[in-house]
Ligand binder design. Structure first.
Ligand SMILES: [Zn+2]
Ligand SMILES: [Zn+2]
Length: 178
């Protein structure tokens, strides 16, 4: 049963890591920040730039913040199966490289595309859509995060507008009191 345990822990790591990374970092960054947008979504960059951490502080920062949830989940799952954690991290890293091969002109063969559809795994083509349009293609690894991600994105955008209005009111009031 050890193989089953390793597979389960590896899958849990990728599932929880992608969930936390998407909802705590990726989407809030798209709404409130600029770091991920300017580093990861800048057009016409090379495969190396998107998939391998280049020695640029901001690119490293974006990569690190996106990976942090995976490391946090790793420490939680470590007691259950260290091998499962290592397999999960390796698969996660492999997927980072693979989902950016569109920059190298790759086209996913149809049988692989079909397997990914059945397993809800993000293909390079799907991730490339996200690079070009930040409204779609969420869930770096799993496609089933797409719908809740879009809801979260809309809600945070609404919150941003609301916060701006409140902040404006606050400053207007502060001005009046002077
Ligand atoms: Zn990407
Ligand atoms: Zn993004």
């Amino acid at each position: 049963m050890e193989v089953f345990e390793i597979a389960l822990v590896a899958w849990a790591l990728l599932f929880l890591g992608d969930f936390l990374s998407t909802f705590i970092y990726h989407i809030p960054e798209h709404v409130f920040g600029r770091l991920h947008l300017t580093t990861h979504h800048s057009p016409r960059k090379t495969f190396r730039y998107y998939a391998i951490l280049i020695p640029d502080f901001w690119v490293l920062m974006d990569g690190l913040l996106g990976a942090l949830p995976y490391f946090a989940v790793s420490t939680l799952l470590w007691p259950y199966s260290p091998t499962g954690v290592i397999v999960g991290l390796l698969l996660g890293q492999f997927h980072v490289w693979w989902r950016h091969v569109s920059a190298l002109g790759w086209q996913t063969p149809q049988p692989i595309d079909l397997i990914c559809q059945v397993l809800w795994i993000t293909t390079p083509e799907r991730h490339w859509l996200h690079h070009r349009n930040t409204h779609v293609g969420y869930g770096d690894i799993f496609t089933f995060f797409e719908q809740p991600a879009i809801l979260w994105l809309r809600w945070l955008r609404f919150l941003r507008i609301h916060l701006r209005v409140q902040l404006k009111r606050f400053w207007q009031l502060a001005d009046l009191k002077k």
